[in-house]
Design a protein around this ligand. Structure first.
Ligand code: UD1
Ligand code: MG
Length: 454
């Protein structure tokens, strides 16, 4: 979008959230409110983006990364003041300024584009995005004259009882011709109920100056602002529905979208089936033909094709094709499962690299371990990786057989094809092909019961 820049207002306190966290950093669908707005601007094709941050959101740059410019508004004196701060940061080439609020995460790129195009078509000084809503409370109301032309915006706290009945609201999204914006911002005065510099007053000033104002309407499912925790619930619901719809359209089966929670950046391959109470978060990528859930949470995971995971939590790990996990497993960061690994019930893995076709079927803890291919780890096996000071590694060679209830006291290496006897506490390396048994010999006393009873 040639000549178009965006200014995103994100310096407000967000009093109505009653939170120590700045409003625009509250998350929906796994990402801060403001980052959804930045995404929408990018989707619209806008390259030049300036974010106005406040005292409390100064660290926004660290969270959102480069790619945007940031300007500081020391004190939240109002949306008009925030835009004024941003102007000096804009490049010469920017002739049209899209203004977005950092608290409208539902807005789509296509709608921003439409607003830009409609302003151009109407040769208007400004285009305002509005919505008709059932409950307009909290929003600025759009004022129109008898011909239906927009003449201004009145904030709720300054509105008369009649104006409060107006159901067409200001969404806080606009496109201004830069020169018109500059001229009117200079005229703002904080003479209103909130004692703030209202950006919305610019619209009235432009009308007075006989400039053209155009309005474009969008449904509230796209324009709703988040001011309270309740608004956050609404935004979350809409975004979640969108994520599920996107996956349904691309060939994923979701048994119950109402009970499935998928973050925005998550990718899922076709013919994967997602059962209820499954949560896919962060940068998770899932392959084709998998069965996820019920009751599964994946955070920042890479999952191959034909993988089954039920009632389990997997974090920061990578699972190869045809792995089977759960029910009731916990796979922690740094774990890498090759193809066809089976991780059964009540198993915890941490930073475990496990070779193709190996099995950890029941009740084990395998941490800081490198396990070869075709290994069987018996029920109740524990890698004793922590000596109270540091962590140590366990290495298990291909086709080794770890007997049930083995304690592997790390650092320790089990050679290829080696076997440990059930119940052994292994503290020394076991050579390839060897059997290591570490337990007292069994004592059998014949007829002991009878003798005792006598
Ligand atoms: C604003 C509009 C209102 C509109 C509503 C839509 C004004 C005066 N009012 O009201 O007409 O219906 O948005 O959601 O513009 N911000 C700053 N610096 C400040 C104040 C605010 O950066 O000094 C940022 C906030 O972080 C927020 C955005 O601007 O992202 C909007 O501020 P907010 O306080 O939510 O304004 P509303 O009262 O919702
Ligand atoms: Mg708001």
């Amino acid at each position: 979008m040639e000549g178009v820049c965006a200014v995103i207002l994100a310096a407000g306190k967000g009093k109505r959230m009653k939170s120590d966290v700045p409003k625009v950093l509250h998350k929906v669908a796994g990402a801060p409110l403001v980052s959804h707005v930045i995404d929408a601007a990018r989707e619209a094709g806008i390259r030049e983006i300036v974010v106005v941050v406040g005292e409390k959101t100064e660290n926004l740059q660290e969270i959102l990364g480069d790619g945007c410019r940031y300007v500081l508004q020391e004190r939240p004196l109002g949306t008009g003041d925030a835009v004024r701060r941003a102007l000096p940061a804009l490049t010469e080439g920017a002739r049209e300024v899209v203004i977005l609020c950092g608290d409208t995460p539902l807005l789509r790129g296509a709608t921003i584009r439409k607003l830009v195009e409609e302003r151009r078509a109407a040769s208007a000084a400004v285009a305002v995005l509005t919505s008709i809503v059932d409950d307009p409370s909290g929003y600025g109301r759009i004022l129109r004259d008898e011909k239906g032309m927009v003449v201004g915006i009145i904030e709720e706290s300054d509105a008369t009882p009649e104006q409060r009945l107006i159901r067409e609201i200001n969404t806080g999204t606009y496109v201004f011709l830069k020169e018109a914006l500059e001229a009117t911002l200079a005229r703002l005065r904080p003479e209103n109920q909130q004692g703030e510099y209202y950006l919305t007053d610019c619209i009235g000033f432009l009308k007075e100056a006989q400039e053209r104002i155009c309005a474009v309407s969008a449904p509230v499912e796209e324009t709703a602002g988040v001011n309270t925790r309740k608004d956050l619930v609404f935004a979350e619901k809409i975004l979640r529905e969108r994520q599920c719809q996107r996956l349904l359209d691309s060939g994923v089966t979701i048994i119950d979208p109402g009970n499935t929670y998928i973050d925005k950046g998550v990718e899922v391959g076709r013919d994967t089936v997602i059962y209820p109470f499954t949560i896919l978060e962060g940068k998770t990528k899932v392959g084709e033909g998998c069965v996820l859930g019920p009751g599964t949470r994946l955070i920042d995971c890479t999952i191959g094709n034909q993988v089954t995971i039920q009632y389990s939590v997997v974090v920061g790990s990578s699972l190869g094709d045809c792995c089977q996990v759960g029910p009731f497993s916990y796979i922690r960061p740094g774990t890498v499962l090759a193809e066809g690994v089976k991780v059964g019930d009540f198993v915890e893995l941490k930073k475990a690299v496990i070779g193709a076709g190996s099995k950890v079927p029941h009740l084990s803890y395998v941490g800081d371990a490198v396990v070869g291919e075709g290994v069987n780890i018996g029920a109740g096996t524990i890698t004793c990786n922590y000596d109270g000071v540091s962590k140590h590694e366990t290495r298990i060679g291909n086709r080794a057989f770890i007997g049930s209830n083995t304690n592997l006291v790390a650092p320790v290496t089990i050679g290829e094809g080696a076997v440990t006897g059930a119940g052994s506490t292994i503290t020394k390396d076991v050579p390839p092909g060897a059997l290591a048994v570490e337990r007292a010999r069994q004592v059998v006393v014949p007829n002991w019961r009878k003798k005792k009873e006598k």
